[in-house]
Design a protein around this ligand. Sequence first.
Ligand SMILES: [Zn+2]
Length: 259
Amino acid sequence: MKNLLLLAFLIVQSCNTETNEHAGHWSYQGETGPEHWDEIEQQSDCNGVLQSPINIIDLDAVNDNTLDTLHIHYSNKTKINDVRNNGHTIQYDFDKGDYITLEDIRYDLAQIHFHEPAEHTLNGVRFPLEMHMVHLGPGNKIAVFAILAEEGAPSAPFDFLENYLPIQAGEKKQINSHFDLMQILPESKAYYTYEGSLTTPPCTEGVRWFVLKNPITISVGQVELLQKIMPLNNYRQTQPLNGRKIRCLKTILSGLKSE
Ligand SMILES: [Zn+2]
């Protein structure tokens, strides 16, 4: 009897893992790969015309001096709550505290996660890694910073984040430590911006993208640590622009406003 109970408990547990961690239907290859996302998620925007990621061609981007510098309010007092491997990416969830403002509206940083290699390409070049910093505004509006990383000198903030790895698919670890996200951004806050979508199902449109023009550097080992525990090539192919204009603010060194 005892054994039976134990068995029942195990079965319930494994079912829970499946549903909780939405070990989702979709993936990055084969019959559940990106070409099939719109069939798998029929209510999604995945077959929309304003999708992400895109290839950014610097010469075609409109240098728009009416664009505002980025208003970033990241604090070293903000805590990372946890890190999870959801089977699609490695995601760090943040407590409330860090935010940006766009046209005086506050967007709270919710989480950061990674794609290896990068999703956005710059002049056709694909970088080894891309970090997405996801901010949520009123009415579930979404604004994402995309930070491209190239291989070079190791990044100290990455070392801190990767201290909590490896972590297996479906697993979550509490962190509950302060982290200054400002440290991870490139010095120059020059950026490209356009209207796009989430790059994973449901590929929701209406997302404001800010792709920082200058990459950060991380070491080969730091890329590999993430690569080993994420699905192979967890990126979506670049999507057609369909008439969208990419605007950029690229003549500034440090686009930070002191407020
Ligand atoms: Zn992403």
